[in-house]
Every structure is written in structure tokens, then in C-alpha cells.
Design a protein around this ligand. Structure first.
Ligand code: G3H
Length: 530
């Protein structure tokens, strides 16, 4: 995309570079004078197309990774640390302090989201605001969780005070497509439940974390949040090898997740909270409302250029309606507006990975060689930092675009006569996150919903696939996920049930009464947080 500097609105221009010279370890922003990695945007700020330098980040190594691990281990202190034993209301206070400071960084984070990952202005704003809401909702849910456990129960002569406790040290790794929201959807619940954390931002969308370092440092006790920069292989792998990590929280690719899991020597100690890849299908039945279906399929396949784990990555359309669908859908794809993230009404935006247009081209070439055609006029057209979404039909199972999670702008379409065809494909697939089902006839829909609910974890009726609203469970079967994330479920995923139990006798009753009266134990408490 060629842009003159003057055509970029003043408030979105890159006037000064961010050279991040510190990293957060054990409560200290430690200065870094070693090697750095430049951070570029694929968006050009000059007339002649070139990548724009945004700044640089420290290229940290094993030594710094171990400092971060020591910081997190020290803060957890085998469960004796200030943070894991702190009163729930005090942990909430720290979180409130953090979110208040975070809110002051909205403009810079939104601007960096646009430059670093090419997310449109409305979507970047949405990502920031959604994350802030997620934090407040998490606080409210945690209060409710705490209220529910502010009691004792008695069965078979044994009293129990059951709460949820932290798991230990959490290594948090987020994806580039939601570098703020998805990462914080792991980090925030992990923290509030009393775990201590090491967090490494994604490869793209890393500078946007830097304005928040001070807030992390100011809001939490030392060592509770440690933030590293650098390559996953260099910093995350040695941390896992020690066997001292209790939870691997990762949203990204199953290959990276498997590689990191394999480094950990104690597989039973390691809990996994994973959001991985998916190949969510759209299934279009003959009686589907075509206008609604096309609208939802456009959003599903192409919002943020298809770079969403929840994106519709394969479309199955019934033979009877395939022509209507393909003609109209192809035309509508070509009407979408491509431009820079801040351009009014833009739907398609630059791809942050420099090699992505070539990768998508490879998928197209492979499909064409095996008999598919590009159904839309602009499909496959190259720009400096983009490739126009190609609607490919008919796609067959031997094509790469059928087998791989494209995570970008290309739309494979298959037609079917018998509904068993897409169902068999889904059952065979390594993925099982969500599906979009388009149709109206309840006699056809009912058995399908019953089957699909057992193949994936969310059946979207006449609606595109998506994670939100964040209060709903977000998970997947097979290679698509481990554990469940939602505001509520994440609090459970990052904690474990743990209880104080005692036999019913006078000594115990008296002792527990004193424990409650003196308020000496933060765990043993029937206080009701309002
Ligand atoms: O990349 C996967 C995200 O969880 C998708 O979230 O459906 O809200 O875009 P979303």
C-alpha cells in the first residue's frame, strides 16, 4: 500500500520510535544493553513502498529467562509468597490499580495495534476496550466465586471450607492476532487467582505491551509479573526445561505448544491452558437465507483478513444453492474496501507477516494446479503488503488449502449433496472448535445440531463463528484447545480446589471459631466481599 506521509492522519503517524531498553523482572525494570531486534510495520509511511521502522525490543537470552523464572518462583515462594496468600480483596485492589493505569494508555496501544498488526481502527479500539471490560468482568466474577466459598459445609461428620487456590508459576504466551486481548485473557485470570507469571509477548504486536510495563510494575508485588522479550525458542524453552513451570498458558499454534510441553520433564505437574488452531467450517443448507448467509460468511471468513482462530476457514455449500452463493459471495468479496487501518470503512488491511502474501499465493497455485478456480475477479491480486482474498472452488481434500489452517485471506469452498460429507470431514479433522450452520428447516437442523455439538464446542446458527461475548465458554476439541476460557471458566482453569477440612469435635470447632474471629488466616474466611 503506497501512502504519502501526509495522507496518514496526524494522530496516527509514527513521530517517535519506541526503543524498549528494559524488561520487567522481579519488580524491577532492568536495563538492557545487549542485542536488540528491530520492529517493522508492513505499512509504508512514505510514497515509495517500504516497511516502517517502529522501534526495537531487547533480544533476551537464557540468562534473562532464568531471572524471570527466579522472580516468579520467588514471588510464589512455594505457596508462602505474599501474592498467593494475600486476601482476595487485596489482590482485587492490585488488579483495579492496574486497570486504571492501563486505561490511560488507550491511544498509544490502539495506534500500535494498527501499525504492528494492521488491525483496523474500530477493531483496534474494540480490542482495547474489550480487554478492559474483560478485566472488570473478571474482578466481578472472582468476587462472586469468593462469596460462594465464604462458608462451611458438613458431610458425614466432617466440615469443609472449600475454596480455589493458585497452581503456581504460569508461563503465558499469546498470539499476534489479538496481542492484547488474548494474552490478557490468560494473564489476568492467572494473576487474580494468585499465580505468579512470566509473560512473553507475541512476535508481532510486541511494542504495544511496552506502555503497560510501568503499570504492571506499580500494581503488583515484585516477581508476580515478569515480562520478557525475544524469541520463544530462546527464552520459553529453557524455562520449560527446568520443570518448575506449573501451567503453560498459550494461545497460538499446536506445534509450538507441543514443542514446549515436550521440554517439561514432569508432565503431571504441568497444567495446560491452550487455545490452538482451527478450521471452522460453514455449512450452508439448501433453505438458508442467502442474504444473511453471505453477510455472515463475509464476516466469518474475512474479518481481520481471516487471521482469527475462530475464522471460517472452509465453506461447504449445498449443491442446489452453490451457484447463487458463489456468484453473490464472490462479487461481495470484491466490493470490500482495502486500505490502511485508519481509513474510513476499511475491511481488508495490510498483513503483518511479510511472507504471508507469498504463502497464500502458494495455497492458490496448489489449488489451481489440482482443479480449483478463482471465482472472484480480484482474487489473488497482489499489493505490496496484501493479497486479495481468492474464493476458490471446487476445493478437494488433496489441496493444501483444505488441509492447512490458512490464517489469512483465502476462502476454500466445497459443494456437497449429502450432509454426511461435511460431517465425515469434520469427524476426520484434527480440529474441533466451532461450526457455522446456515438453514431454517428445523427437521433438518435438529439432528445436525445434535451431532455437531459433539464434533465441536460451539454451533453457530445462521451466525459466523466467534469467541465472544467473553462470558461464553471458549474451547475446542482435539488439536484446537485444552481447558476452557471464559470470564468465569478461566478463573477455574488457573486454579485448583483446595479445602480446610476438620472432624466435628469441640476442639476443632473452637479452633476454627478462633481462626475466623482473629482473621489471621486469609484462606479461612467467611467474609463477604461486596
Ligand atoms: O484468534 C482467535 C480469537 O479467539 C478469536 O476471537 O472470535 O472474538 O475474533 P474473536
Amino acid at each position: 500500500m503506497i501512502k504519502e506521509k501526509t495522507s496518514i492522519p496526524e494522530s496516527y503517524r509514527i513521530d517517535s520510535l519506541i526503543h524498549q531498553k528494559t524488561y520487567l523482572v522481579n519488580g524491577e525494570l532492568k536495563p538492557w544493553e545487549g542485542a536488540v531486534t528491530d520492529v517493522f510495520s508492513t505499512i509504508s509511511s512514505t510514497e515509495k513502498y517500504e516497511h516502517t521502522l517502529l522501534g526495537s525490543i531487547p533480544d533476551l537470552g537464557e540468562k534473562e529467562a532464568m531471572e524471570a523464572l527466579d522472580g516468579a518462583l520467588g514471588a510464589y515462594d512455594q505457596g508462602k509468597g505474599v501474592w498467593p496468600t494475600m486476601k482476595v480483596s487485596d489482590r482485587i485492589e492490585c488488579m483495579e490499580k492496574f486497570v486504571e493505569q492501563m486505561k490511560t494508555k488507550r491511544d498509544i496501544v490502539v495506534k500500535l495495534l494498527m501499525w504492528e498488526i494492521g488491525k483496523s481502527l474500530p477493531d483496534s479500539i474494540k480490542e482495547f476496550d474489550r480487554t478492559v471490560d474483560y478485566i472488570y468482568d473478571t474482578i466481578e466474577d472472582y468476587k462472586q466465586l469468593d462469596r460462594n466459598s465464604a462458608k462451611f459445609q458438613k458431610h458425614e461428620g466432617v466440615y469443609a471450607h472449600i475454596r480455589r487456590g493458585p497452581l503456581g508459576v504460569v508461563l503465558c504466551l499469546g498470539p499476534y492476532n489479538y496481542p492484547l486481548n488474548e494474552t490478557f485473557a490468560l494473564l489476568i485470570p492467572a494473576l487474580i487467582m494468585g499465580n505468579t507469571t512470566i509473560f512473553k509477548p507475541a512476535k508481532h504486536g510486541v511494542l504495544l505491551i511496552t506502555p503497560l510495563l510501568e503499570a504492571f510494575k506499580n500494581s503488583f508485588p515484585k516477581g508476580v509479573v515478569n515480562i520478557l522479550f525475544g524469541r520463544g525458542r530462546t527464552v520459553a524453552a529453557p524455562i520449560m526445561k527446568t520443570g518448575k513451570v506449573d501451567v503453560l498458558a498459550l494461545i497460538g499454534n499446536s506445534k509450538s505448544a507441543n514443542a514446549l510441553q515436550d521440554q517439561h520433564p514432569k508432565s503431571n505437574r504441568l497444567r495446560l491452558v491452550l487455545g490452538l488452531e482451527a478450521k471452522n467450517p460453514a455449512i450452508i443448507l439448501p433453505d438458508a437465507n442467502m442474504e444473511l448467509t453471505i453477510e455472515e460468511c463475509l464476516t466469518g471468513t474475512l474479518s481481520f483478513n481471516g487471521q482469527r482462530c475462530t475464522a471460517l476457514k472452509i465453506v461447504y455449500v449445498h449443491d442446489e444453492v452453490k451457484e447463487d452463493f458463489l456468484n453473490e459471495f464472490a462479487a461481495r468479496v470484491d466490493k470490500l474496501k482495502f486500505g490502511n487501518p485508519w481509513d474510513e470503512g476499511v475491511k481488508l488491511t495490510p498483513l503483518p507477516e511479510p511472507g504471508k502474501p507469498e504463502y497464500v499465493q502458494e495455497l492458490i497455485d496448489d489449488a489451481l494446479a489440482k482443479g480449483a478456480k478463482i471465482m472472484n475477479k480480484k482474487g489473488g491480486k497482489h499489493f505490496d503488503n496484501y493479497i486479495w482474498p481468492a474464493v476458490l472452488y471446487p476445493v478437494t481434500k488433496d489441496m493444501r488449502v483444505y488441509q492447512e489452517e490458512q490464517f489469512g485471506p483465502v476462502i476454500p469452498v466445497l459443494s456437497f449433496k449429502d450432509i454426511e460429507e461435511p460431517l465425515d470431514d469434520m469427524a476426520e479433522s484434527n480440529y474441533g472448535q466451532q461450526v457455522s450452520l446456515f438453514g431454517k428447516d428445523v427437521y433438518a437442523l435438529a439432528p445436525l445440531i445434535d451431532t455437531l455439538a459433539n464434533l465441536v464446542c460451539r454451533v453457530n446458527l445462521n451466525s459466523s463463528c466467534q469467541r465472544g461475548p467473553d462470558v461464553y465458554p471458549f474451547t475446542g476439541r482435539k488439536d484446537s484447545a485444552q481447558s476452557t476460557l471464559s470470564v468465569h471458566d478461566a478463573l477455574r482453569s488457573f486454579s485448583i480446589r483446595t479445602l480446610l477440612a476438620f472432624k466435628d469435635n469441640e476442639i476443632n470447632k473452637d479452633t476454627v471459631k478462633q481462626l475466623l474471629e482473629t482473621k489471621l488466616s486469609n484462606f479461612t474466611s467467611t467474609e463477604y466481599i461486596l
